[in-house]
Write a protein that binds this ligand. Structure first.
Ligand code: 3PG
Ligand code: CO
Length: 589
């Protein structure tokens, strides 16, 4: 039985409105031309940095600090938001799968037994992201699974690949497909009929998330299940090379591999087994629903084969989706959100669709609902659909900022939590100029910038009655109209915590060990679309921050998991004692 009551903090008051702002993909790195945060005008984040070391510091957001297998693992939003919300470091999917494969336990569980009953007569289909990015999946895990399954009776295997170029360099898909082809060829030599059956780029085929665009999943379904796609090839390496002429890895159109009679070599049929080999949930949930649900109306599946399906992990513990899985997911319990709600902290969370589940589902330990609907409100702002975000780098930052501002000014909430996606989503496109615009937009959502505001100069020139400036009149205090999140916090006497979940926009090139940008054979700069291993900033402040509160200097290795206890303290409570230590202390001035 969990005791939810938190002890009162000995000195910090309750009842201060707290804004908790997560800038997605916003790390700290040396200032050069490939650091988009440095290049962009970011007056708010710059001014917060002036508060170092008492009110601004860096925290770890990658590797073991967020439960990933090694220090070479870059951070990501799943593990980042899990750590931020849960206040403890849990061994994450990547690591749990490694352990299960190394010990062989993966083959002893219910999930594997369930699918292996199809091996005698049916085909084993493996669907997932093909790269060594380690964010959603890993090639070496797929390789071990192929070997393990074939040793345990799988006679016919079909792999449905999704090319990456987002967690790894664009163009690397060709090498991954070659490696997989050679592995499958070896299996064939040992009498297993093993082939790639279909493919497509992860952002265009299958791996949508948070129900942003079901067409993405449908395109994958048609190729994987029905064996239908606009492009047909007899060889997957050739397919990827050819399709790359008009698209990069992330956005390759769907293709199927066909035999000499133009017949797809591996549609999913009655009696087959299917495994989705991604360990990360967000971009597999939609396909899992299509594979598992009897009643399904998101698109016309046309063909619904009777299969045995298992996920690498269970992707949603609340929905129990999928029902069968090879490895148990981390059990992230007693998150800060749940504690705070039990202690009367009214919570508002908001982002746009592409990151909505990050501040809700991941934040709350991979659960999608409210803990207590009377105490919480989660608002999703619909993301633009069908575009790459470099063409719309401002995304919905302003709208998120405004929603948060209104929630703060309504005084109905004690915690107002947002994710501002721009640095990450635009950073993933590899478009440096657009990422600079993205970073500026994110900064503007945090706080209204009077100086860079064109309206300011217009009012200054033309006086407060200027019709040009419409509603934006010059005031001493930010008004409700032009205030953003921190301005609103200033108005209500609240507190802000600004941080990030992992790096991305602060470094847009691949570098050698000494930090020099790397070029490919043709002399082209190697653009980094992925996250990074850089630390992220955290800043605290606001009129409601009690005097004497500052960052401690005895948690130098502090990471994202230390934020939860910090936030719990700022709400006036002592954090549960198994939480990672708080980052703050209160000193008597
Ligand atoms: C994605 O899914 O978009 C990337 O692989 C990781 O990005 P995220 O961790 O920031 O969501
Ligand atoms: Co990202």
């Amino acid at each position: 039985q969990v005791s939810w009551k938190l002890a009162d903090h000995p000195t910090l008051p309750k009842g201060k409105t707290l804004a908790l702002i997560v800038l997605d993909g916003w790390g700290e790195y040396k200032p050069d031309e490939y650091n988009c945060i440095h290049v962009a005008q970011t007056p708010t984040m710059d001014s917060l940095k002036q508060g170092a070391p008492e009110k601004w510091r860096l925290i770890r957001a990658h590797g073991k600090a967020v439960g990933l297998p090694t220090e070479d693992d870059m951070g990501n939003s799943e593990v980042g938001h899990n750590a931020l919300g849960a206040g403890r470091i849990f061994a994450q999917g990547a690591k749990l799968v490694d352990i299960a494969l190394a010990s062989g336990k993966i083959y002893e569980g219910e999930g594997f037994k369930y699918i292996s009953e199809c091996f005698e007569k049916g085909t084993l289909h493996l669907i997932g992201l093909l790269s060594d990015g380690g964010v959603h999946s890993r090639l070496d895990q797929l390789q071990l699974l192929l070997k393990g399954a074939s040793e345990r009776g799988a006679k016919r295997i079909r792999v449905h690949i999704l090319t990456d170029g987002r967690d790894v360099l664009d163009g690397s898909s060709v090498g991954f497909v070659e490696t997989l082809e050679s592995d499958l060829a070896k299996l064939c030599e040992n009498g297993v009929d093993a082939r790639i059956a279909s493919g497509g780029g992860r952002m265009y085929v299958t791996m949508d998330r948070y129900e942003n665009d079901w067409d993405v999943v449908k395109r994958g379904w048609d190729a994987q299940v029905r064996g239908e796609a606009p492009h047909k090839f007899t060889n997957a390496v050739e397919a990827v090379k050819k399709l790359r002429e008009n698209a990069n890895d992330q956005y390759l159109p769907p293709f199927v591999i066909v035999d000499e009679n133009e017949k797809a070599v591996g549609p999913i049929e009655d009696g087959d087994a299917v495994v989705t080999f991604n360990f990360r949930a967000d971009r597999m949930v939609m396909l899992a629903k299509a594979l598992e649900y009897q009643d399904f109306d998101k698109f016309d599946r046309v063909k619904v084969p009777k299969i045995r399906y298992a996920g690498m992990l269970q992707y949603d513990g609340e929905l129990k989706l999928p029902g069968r899985y090879l490895v148990s997911p981390p059990e992230i319990d007693r998150t800060s959100g749940e504690y705070l709600v039990h202690n009367g902290v009214r919570t508002f969370a908001c982002s746009e669709t592409v990151k909505f589940g990050h501040v809700t589902f991941f934040w709350n330990g991979n659960r999608s609902g409210y803990f207590n609907p009377e105490m919480e409100e989660y608002v999703e702002i619909p993301s633009d659909v069908g575009i790459t975000f470099n063409v719309q780098p401002k995304m919905k930052a302003l709208e998120i900022g405004e929603k948060a501002r209104d929630a703060i000014l309504s005084r109905k909430f004690d915690q107002v939590r947002v994710n501002i996606p721009n640095g990450d989503m635009v950073g993933h496109t590899g478009d440096i100029q657009a990422t600079v615009v993205a970073c500026k937009a994110a900064d503007e959502a945090v706080k209204f910038d009077w100086k860079s505001s064109v309206f300011f100069s217009l009012t200054a020139l033309e006086g407060p009655n200027s019709t040009n400036c419409g509603r934006m009149l010059m005031r001493n205090e930010p008004s409700e109209i032009n205030a953003m999140i921190i301005d609103a916090i200033e108005q209500v006497g609240g507190i802000y915590v600004v941080t990030a979940d992992h790096g991305n926009a602060e470094d847009m090139v691949k570098r050698n060990k000494s930090g020099q940008p790397l070029y490919d054979k043709s002399g082209k700069l190697q653009i980094l679309t992925s996250h990074t291993c850089q630390p992220v900033p955290i800043a605290i402040g606001g009129p409601g921050l009690a005097a004497g509160v500052r960052f401690r200097n005895d948690v130098p290795d502090g990471g994202l998991a230390n934020v939860a206890a910090t936030v719990v303290n700022l709400h006036g409570y002592v954090a549960p004692n198994d939480y990672e230590p708080t980052l703050i202390e209160v000193v008597n001035n």
